[in-house]
Design a protein around this ligand. Structure first.
Ligand code: CA
Length: 227
C-alpha cells in the first residue's frame, strides 16, 4: 500500500513548515496550501486520506471549508483534524457538529498531533467505507439496498433504487435516458425512454423533501445536484 496523503491547510508559514516536516518524517505524503480556495481546488483534483485544517484562514472560515467537505459524498470519508487557537471553544464544538474527527489547540505538541493522525488513519483503514452515500439526513446504503430519510426507511422498488444509485455514482454528471435504460433495465429499451421519466417521477415523490436533488436536463436526461 502506498503512503497516505495528508492535506495541510494553514496560512502561517512557520506552522506549515513544522507540520510538513514532521508529518513527512512520520511517513506520510503532504500537500500544503494556505487558503481555503486552494484547499477546495486541491480537493477537486487530488485524493487525500486526511486533512489538517486551520480554522483561521485569510480568505475563508475553516468551518465553511469543513462543511463543504463533509456534505460532499466524494470527500465525506476524509478524516479532518481542525486546528483552533486557544479558547475557541465554540469553534471546536461547531467543528464536531460539522463532522470533524478530531482537533488540536494551538500551540500544540507535534508528537501528539502525529499520534492522532496515525490513530485516525488506522481507524479509517480498519473500517473501510461501507458504500453508503449520505446527503444531510438522506442515506443510501448500497449493500443493504436501503434508503433512509431521518432514519426512516423509504420503500423503493429495485428499479427505483438502481436508478438512484446510477445517478449517485455519476457524481453530478448528466446521464441520458438511453444510458439509464441500459444500465438499470439491462437491455436496450429503445423507444421507451419515457419509462425512465415515469420511474424518476415515482422516485422523486418517494424522496419527499429530497426530490429536488434529481435534476431534469431537458432533452438529455437526469443528474444529481447537491449543494
Ligand atoms: Ca491561521
Amino acid at each position: 500500500m502506498g503512503k497516505k496523503n495528508i492535506l495541510i491547510v494553514e496560512d502561517e508559514e512557520d506552522i506549515q513548515e513544522l507540520l510538513k516536516f514532521n508529518i513527512e518524517r512520520a511517513g506520510f505524503n503532504t500537500t500544503v496550501c494556505g487558503t481555503g480556495e486552494q484547499a477546495l481546488s486541491l480537493l477537486e483534483t487530488s485524493r487525500f486520506d486526511l486533512i489538517i485544517l486551520d480554522l483561521m484562514l485569510p480568505d475563508m472560515d475553516g468551518l465553511d471549508i469543513l462543511k463543504k467537505i463533509k456534505i460532499n459524498p466524494i470527500h465525506s470519508d476524509i478524516a479532518v483534524i481542525i486546528l483552533t487557537a486557544k479558547g475557541e471553544e465554540l469553534d471546536r464544538i461547531l467543528g464536531f457538529e460539522l463532522g470533524a474527527e478530531d482537533y488540536v489547540v494551538k500551540p500544540f505538541s507535534i508528537r501528539e498531533l502525529i499520534l492522532r493522525i496515525k490513530a485516525l488513519l488506522k481507524r479509517t483503514h480498519h473500517h473501510p467505507s461501507t458504500k453508503k452515500w449520505k446527503y444531510k439526513t438522506l442515506i443510501v446504503d448500497q449493500e443493504k439496498m436501503e434508503v433512509t430519510i431521518d432514519e426512516e426507511e423509504i420503500e423503493l422498488t429495485t428499479t427505483e433504487f438502481k436508478l438512484l444509485l446510477e445517478l449517485i455514482k455519476a457524481q453530478g454528471k448528466v446521464l441520458s435516458r438511453e444510458y439509464l435504460l441500459n444500465s438499470v433495465w439491462g437491455y436496450d429499451f429503445e423507444g421507451y425512454a419515457r419509462t425512465v421519466d415515469t420511474h424518476i417521477r415515482r422516485l422523486r415523490s418517494k424522496l419527499g423533501d429530497y426530490a429536488e436533488i434529481i435534476k431534469t436536463i431537458r432533452g438529455v436526461g437526469y443528474k444529481i445536484k447537491i449543494n
